[in-house]
Design a protein around this ligand. Structure first.
Ligand SMILES: Nc1ncnc2c1ncn2[C@@H]1O[C@H](COP(=O)(O)OP(=O)(O)OP(=O)(O)O)[C@@H](O)[C@H]1O
Length: 340
């Protein structure tokens, strides 16, 4: 039986239909004019002990609401949920002891205190015995050289260092399940890779189940065998990462900053690139956004550097960026039957 069992889980919020202005706000108080937002609509999934599951979906898909139900912060409207044999919202204190949570944007460490002091406080809060604490500190030193950061107050850490400390802290009380929310957001590629390696190693050593929420397909490719994609409150894909990687692993978006904001420039670039490399080089076509133009390229068919060299030799380009294909593109493809 899985360590996380979710059955036909739904969550709806009752929200007030707001009116504009002060008099509107006053009327709202008495209006009783509500509507229901169905954030999660009958999802079911089972996660095995030790698994790392990638949880993806566009903004507003219902990811946070689902995670909040798994962590016991929210009570489901319908359906059932069990995490390590507990109903999360019924016994929050016991549930907090068996889970760990890391939010990319927020730290659970104390801003002004040295890292080691924060870990000591967490040791007391979670009643971690000295032996487990020492063992974990040894593991953290081995896996991420945490000892080098012990004396640094959290506010002096770089974003990447802080994330590494937050990840270590979430493992400190030996939770059975850890929820990682956007652990690599806003970081550069080398520190992203370091964070992924640390998560992978800690998962291997401690066999902790990990639910990883991310918009970054590279996080998923580096860490997960399985991916769950949620859209408009329902699960639209639950399966191997290979199918998604096969469809998208080779795709990259080449973004070009142009020197002029010419509304037709993207069409000219698209035409020229397609004439030179064939229609298959872009999906669906080129997109323009102010001065930025995006070209999606299938690297199995044409080398990104070739397209880049071609474009910069024909057009004036100020800056370039290379990005992964975004989740919206993946979802569109799933609906069109491109991933199965
Ligand atoms: N407390 C709330 N009250 C009313 N509506 C809510 C509440 N929390 C979430 N929602 C709504 O439920 C839907 C799902 O939101 P949720 O935050 O779970 O999405 P998400 O996939 O986590 O998005 P994001 O990636 O932006 O965090 C959205 O339409 C959101 O506006």
């Amino acid at each position: 039986m899985g360590i996380i069992q979710v059955n036909d889980l739904s969550k709806s919020f009752k929200v007030l239909n707001r009116r504009q202005g002060l008099s509107g706000a006053f009327k709202d108080l008495f209006s009783g004019d509500y509507r229901m937002v169905h954030a999660v609509k009958g999802i079911s999934l089972e996660v095995e002990e030790g698994e790392i599951v990638g949880f993806m979906g566009p903004n507003g898909a219902g990811k946070s609401t689902t995670i909040k139900m798994m962590t016991g912060v929210l009570e489901p409207t319908e359906g059932s949920i069990m995490v390590n044999g507990q109903i999360p919202y019924k016994n929050r204190t016991r549930n907090m002891q068996q889970i760990g949570v890391v939010f990319g944007q927020r730290s659970q460490l104390w801003w002004d205190l040295p890292v080691i002091e924060s870990l000591n406080i967490l040791k007391e809060i979670y009643k971690v015995d000295q032996k487990s604490f020492d063992e974990n500190m040894d593991t953290f030193n081995e896996v991420l050289n945490l000892n080098k950061l012990h004396a640094t107050p959290v506010r002096f850490l770089s974003l990447g260092q802080r994330m590494l400390c937050d990840i270590a802290a979430s493992f400190l009380h030996n939770p059975k399940v850890i929820f990682l929310d956007e652990p690599t957001i806003g970081l550069d590629v080398s520190i992203k890779n370091k964070i992924r390696n640390v998560i992978k190693k800690l998962n291997e050593i401690k066999k902790t189940t990990i639910i990883l929420t991310t918009h970054d397909l590279s996080d998923i490719e580096a860490l997960c065998k399985r991916i769950v994609i949620i859209d408009k409150g329902t699960i639209i894909y639950d399966g191997g990462i290979q199918a998604v990687s096969r469809s998208f692993g080779a795709f990259r978006t080449l973004k070009l900053e142009c020197t002029e904001n010419d509304p037709d420039l993207h069409l000219q670039i698209a035409e020229k690139v397609q004439a030179n490399f064939g229609a298959k080089t872009t999906i669906p076509v080129v997109k323009a956004d102010d001065y930025w133009i995006s070209l999606t390229i299938n690297q199995d068919e044409v080398k990104l550097m070739e397209v880049l060299n071609f474009v910069i030799s024909h057009f004036q380009v100020k800056d370039i960026k290379i990005e992964e294909v975004d989740i919206e593109q993946i979802i569109r493809n799933i609906y069109e039957g491109g991933v199965s």
